[in-house]
Design a protein around this ligand. Sequence first.
Ligand code: ADP
Length: 499
Amino acid sequence: MKTLQALTRRNMTQLYDRSKIQLPTRKLLINNEWVDSVSGQELIANDPYFERAITTVQRASKEDARLAIKSARKAFDQGHYPRMSPKSRANLLLKLADLIEKNIDDLAALESLNNGKTFSDARNGDLPMVVNLFRYYGGLAEKIHGKTIPIMGGHFCFTREEPVGVCGLITPWNYPLVIAAMKLGPALAAGCTTILKPAEQTPLSSLRLGELILEAGFPEGVVNILSGFGDVGDALVTHPEVDKISFTGSTEVGRQILAKNGHPNIKRITLELGGKSANIILDDADIESALLLAHAGVFGNQGQSCNAGTRVYVHSKIYDEFVERSVKLAKERVLGDPFSAETTQGPQINAVQQKKIHEYIKSGIEQNAKLLTGKNLYEGKGYFVNPAVFVDVNEKMKIAQEEIFGPVMSILRFDNDAEVIQRANSSHYGLAAGVFGKDFGRVNRIAKALRAGSVYINCYDVFQHATPFGGFKDSGIGRELGKHGLIPYLETKTVVFKE
Ligand code: ADP
């Protein structure tokens, strides 16, 4: 495998010149103004490739959360935005999409710099989806309407779809802008006002988005942005004047949010949490495409995707070939500078995650799974993890039960469909699943039996602006993306007239 050290000795093609990256405003966005935090505290935004600080940004606390909520509350209760014509809201969202598209390279560079994902993934994957999301929800903003309902004689009944109110939008670090857009798009289309709380590790792209939101002309208080830690998220979750929380992150924090709900007020809650998705490769699958897509389904984004297909179930008839070729693909991954064209795998987000993944790899070995590649733990500069492939894995092992959030594939052998369905469903998670096979009836029966929010057939991780996404079981509550993604930001009001 080409290592980082080997690559840096060569003159690599840079896809974007790091020295040209423009950093965004480093403040909090409250009521359309960039302000310092009340405490004056800052947090450090890091570059996980060089293991160094990029810059510091203002760090919000509970006090700042209060000010942002006050601004969003006023904008919702008295402001123009929830009352303006749907056409005007649509125009603002479409303008924002245009501005993002105009600045697409710079935004992708910022995302790659702060997160460690490859520039090509950010530029060709994340950012086009962000543009599509704002366009899609811009289009939907004008198509939100109720129904007329026939009821008992002498009465006329109709429904109105109204914005839910002030929304706290809490995002993780793995897809900072995509997930911000998944929440802001529908919230703003519905006419809500918002407080966006990006993950403490990756504030930069959300701050740049804030600049573009101002440039697009959103009225004051409609989008507030607070860089900060979990205490700021908690301040949103526990404040009586926030009507809704949309959270993407760990199942652990998701549970805490649910446990706190109802005190003081009952909030509408959407949770998109962890996963341990099964990807089933049947004996009649097109092995070439199953191999490549199962590989990408684990190792894409450094394995830091909640829907990663990390439990790969392979039918015994094709098991040996599949294992051998999967190991070869893993060995061919090129670890290196996220900005170079040759790199296919950047660093993990930080030292904490790198260590956690290394611990999982050790636990797999201790529990007698067989590690076919990735034995040497990465020790060079940058928070890299060597791609790992385990075989002889069973569902009792930690590596098959818990979300690793890193480049670690577990391959499990199976013999028949009933067995694999039962084993795939044995996880407490239920975010996604995959099935590869040529017999449509068989594949469809399996897809139907899988307890997961998304099932990909002969493909994996087809995650687009219009595809509803969310979890069964401990993977979450509610759906994001597509028309379904709008529902959590609306309240249905039933109006009955006596004729
Ligand atoms: P991860 O383990 O991937 O970092 P977390 O669930 O800890 O995921 O974090 C996801 C987001 O939730 C981040 O923006 C983080 O700051 C925020 N967060 C962390 N703890 C809390 C909490 N107790 N309440 C609300 N938000 C929180």
